[in-house]
Design a protein. Structure first.
Length: 498
């Protein structure tokens, strides 16, 4: 097998093999930790190499088993897919390192590391597959691993959240599978590049539009868009922080990625209908998410609602469907994965220090932990869109794209939601960091237990600042990704050779 083929397979094979080895080492905590850290380190390194390879040499495609397209199982990495795999590797490394020092013995013994690595394998498989049925398979791998991770430990709040999580995601899977069946019956293929060719004719547009609505619902549940988002804030705050963090950083983004992929490659015959609907969903998602966050008084509940709100920004660029708008969505994905993962990890440090995430029982962290306060301000202000951090440019590019096509309602909603996001982040700052400490909320953890947790948090904070300072090059990469999305012929040629 050639080096490019191995590079494309590695982001799936490395965590999958790591999960198998960690499972074999069941019960041996130190061995599992070593396997987990080795796997996520190799994953992040190979993902970066893949991104460099795709940027320099173009879209990379491999047919598993050497079957000719469209009959084989294709793995494809364009700039969007390679970037998402890179972000997955970075997130996996940060959360894996954090988990080594945070995760409790009980969950480690009962399979945290193999499940965590299996989740990453499913995520990367979804980002790289060129076959829509295999996208469904990767979604199911993610669902199984995430459900067990969510309920791992068996605490009452976890089980309640897990039931809501799995019920809605099973519904999504059923709709997804039905849509796949209808699509195969219509086009006679499930290869995404082949579907793009066969559904491009005018006579398939009406039935394709109907099928696309099923995919929109299925992916909308996965991405937690309006009105299908309520399972997320009911479940993401319940498991241990490392699990919440990897969920917050990656899981909903797989749904967003899937929406971007199919509505730029396959279902583009009736964009006035499909993409206008996506804009409406995006705006409602932004508003309901941020209002839900404003009403909460627990750090992870606030952050969970903000996941919903920020998903709206990501799919807004897809709905506007211009070069700058799609580039804005790609930029926003990169920014949000880093920032949201970091905010959850910081919430875990706060919990470790003071034994709670309830803002009413927190306080005084600015005076007792000034470095932690600075680390919180970086992703919090970035999420709110304060310059020169990454979130400012992510919102700016989407607003510029909306102004260019005179979508002034989208501009107004994006700006208003940004202000309410700032309000929520300011509320956390005032209550947890600025106000006087409550004596009943004094530190429940010593420095030796907390200090190692700062390492991934510092790394992600530096990335947030770096993305903001290097917004020009990062946006140029996003524009290149948008060009590939708007010109499906590049993807089709790489997969089908024509």
């Amino acid at each position: 097998m050639s080096a490019p083929s191995l590079l494309l397979l590695a982001p799936v094979l490395i965590p999958l093999l790591g999960a198998m080895l960690a499972f074999i080492a069941w019960g041996r905590r130190r061995t599992q930790k070593a396997i987990g850290l080795t796997a996520v380190t190799l994953l992040s390194a190979t993902a970066i190499l893949l991104l460099i390879r795709v940027q320099r040499q173009g879209i990379l495609a491999v047919q598993i088993g050497n079957w000719d397209a469209p009959f084989g199982i294709p793995l494809v990495a364009d700039l969007l897919g390679a970037l998402m795999v890179t972000l997955s590797g970075i997130t996996g490394l940060a959360v894996g390192l954090y988990a080594v020092f945070y995760m409790d013995r009980k969950r480690e013994i009962h399979g945290f590391y193999p499940l965590f690595l299996a989740l990453l394998a499913g995520v990367n498989g979804a980002f790289l597959t060129g076959d829509i049925f295999n996208l469904y398979v990767c979604f199911e791998i993610m669902l199984m691993a995430s459900f067990v991770l969510l309920s791992l430990g068996g605490e009452k709040a976890q089980l309640e959240g897990a039931v809501k999580y799995v019920a809605l995601n099973f519904l999504s899977s059923a709709i997804f599978l039905a849509a796949v069946g209808l699509l195969y019956g219509t086009a006679g293929t499930l290869n995404m590049a082949d579907l793009a060719v066969k559904l491009s004719s005018d006579d398939t547009t009406p039935i394709a539009t109907i099928i696309s609505m099923l995919f929109l619902v299925a992916f909308g549940i996965k991405a937690a868009v309006f009105p299908l988002f309520f399972w997320l804030p009911a479940s993401y705050h319940t498991p241990p922080v490392p699990i919440s963090a990897v969920f917050a950083g990656l899981l909903t983004k797989v749904g967003v990625y899937a929406m971007i992929r199919v509505f730029t490659l396959i279902f583009i015959g009736d964009t006035p209908t499909t993409h206008t609907l996506i804009v409406g969903i995006a705006l409602l998602t932004m508003v309901t998410g941020v209002l839900g966050a404003a009403a909460q008084f627990d750090i992870r509940r606030i952050l969970s609602f903000h996941i919903v709100s920020q998903i709206g920004y990501m799919i807004l660029g897809l709905g506007l469907f211009t070069r700058v708008a799609l580039a804005g969505s790609v930029f926003y994905l990169a920014h949000h994965i880093i920032v949201k993962t970091n905010l959850f990890l910081i919430g875990g440090i706060v919990r470790r220090l003071q034994g709670t995430e309830d803002l009413g029982r927190l306080g005084g962290l600015y005076r007792s932990r000034p470095f932690l306060a600075v680390l919180f301000l970086i992703p919090a202000m970035s999420l709110a869109g304060i310059p020169p951090l990454s979130g400012f440019f992510a919102k700016l590019f989407l607003i510029v794209a909306a102004i260019e096509i005179r979508a002034y309602i989208s501009v107004a909603v994006a700006l208003g939601v940004g202000l309410l996001t700032l309000y929520s982040m300011t509320k956390i700052w005032n209550e947890a960091f600025w106000k006087a400490a409550d004596r009943n909320g004094e530190s429940s953890g010593n420095e030796s237990r907390v200090l190692p947790l700062y390492l991934p948090v510092v790394g992600l904070a530096l990335l947030t600042v770096l993305i903001g300072l290097a917004a020009g090059p990062v946006f140029s990469l996003s524009l290149e990704a948008a060009d590939q999305l708007l010109d499906p012929s590049q993807y089709i040629r790489a997969v089908l050779g024509k």
